[in-house]
Design a protein around this ligand. Structure first.
Ligand code: URA
Ligand code: SF4
Length: 243
């Protein structure tokens, strides 16, 4: 098999596992061009891509018994964050969780262990969840990017764009009743906005129809304890929406 075909096949398999949209591959060079396609598959840069018009409809059904995300993430090199990681951190929790918590990206301890929110910010998150009587094991906890940014810098736009299909797929699989976006990166990514955390808090949002509450990131709370009270208020709202 040529490299182009291998690449295309790998892409299609990934789409299938992620339950993505149908894929229509572009015309071969020299052939009449179809209307501009916007799907990333149309950018597969090889003259050896399969013939045009191949479409792939993902199967329906419950994928959770065979969650594909950790495996896909473990071998993912779609962005530069793969270079410095020790472990990927796909996310973890109950497949039938009623709450999905979304952070920014793995920190040092998460990178060392492969588990989300297990460092200092994670301990605080565990306490926050305990306070609303939601043990960690009953929620699904994950991040926007699945590999640690160097020195815990903010994930960059292209890194988020590369990684976010995993997050969207996780939310589709879990189908929570509420999403809690912790910090600006999670909120802005899920709501597709550049608005500040301050502007987004205190409003009920939706992500694909699912109520979404925005609050401070627990790492920010460690730096600024004044935000604990407002966070507590936000989390209680999330709790009420779950019941
Ligand atoms: N901060 C995050 O955003 N996510 C983690 O998993 C840990 C710290
Ligand atoms: Fe892949 Fe996401 Fe890791 Fe980038 S951060 S390499 S897109 S898993």
């Amino acid at each position: 098999m040529t490299d182009g075909r291998a690449l295309a096949r790998e892409f299609l398999e990934q789409q299938r596992l992620l339950g993505g949209d149908s894929v229509i591959l572009p015309e071969l060079p020299g052939a009449p061009q179809p209307p501009a396609a916007t799907h990333p598959a149309s950018r597969i840069p090889s003259p050896d891509s399969p013939p045009p018009g191949i479409s792939y409809d993902p199967p329906g059904g419950d994928l959770f018994s065979n969650d594909p995300i950790p495996q896909l993430v473990a071998s993912c090199t779609k962005c530069r964050l793969c270079e410095g990681r020790r472990h990927t951190v796909p996310g973890e929790g109950a497949g039938d969780a009623r709450l999905v918590v979304v952070g920014e990206g793995p920190g040092r301890v998460e990178d060392e262990t492969g588990r989300p929110f297990v460092g200092p910010a994670g301990e605080l998150l565990t306490k926050i969840l305990g306070a609303i009587e939601l043990p960690r094991e009953r929620v699904f906890i994950c991040n926007v990017v699945k590999c640690r940014p160097p020195e815990n810098r903010l994930p960059q736009f292209d890194e988020i764009a590369a990684c976010v299909p995993y997050l969207f797929r996780q939310i589709d699989i879990v189908k929570p009743k509420v999403i809690l976006a912790m910090g600006g990166t999670a909120a802005q990514t899920l709501l597709n906005t550049k608005q500040s955390l301050g502007a987004l808090r205190n409003l009920m949002h939706r992500f694909r129809g699912i109520p979404l509450i925005v609050t401070y990131h627990p790492a920010a709370l460690l730096r600024n304890p004044n935000w604990k009270k407002p966070t507590w208020d936000d989390v209680r709202i999330a709790r009420r929406l779950i019941d």
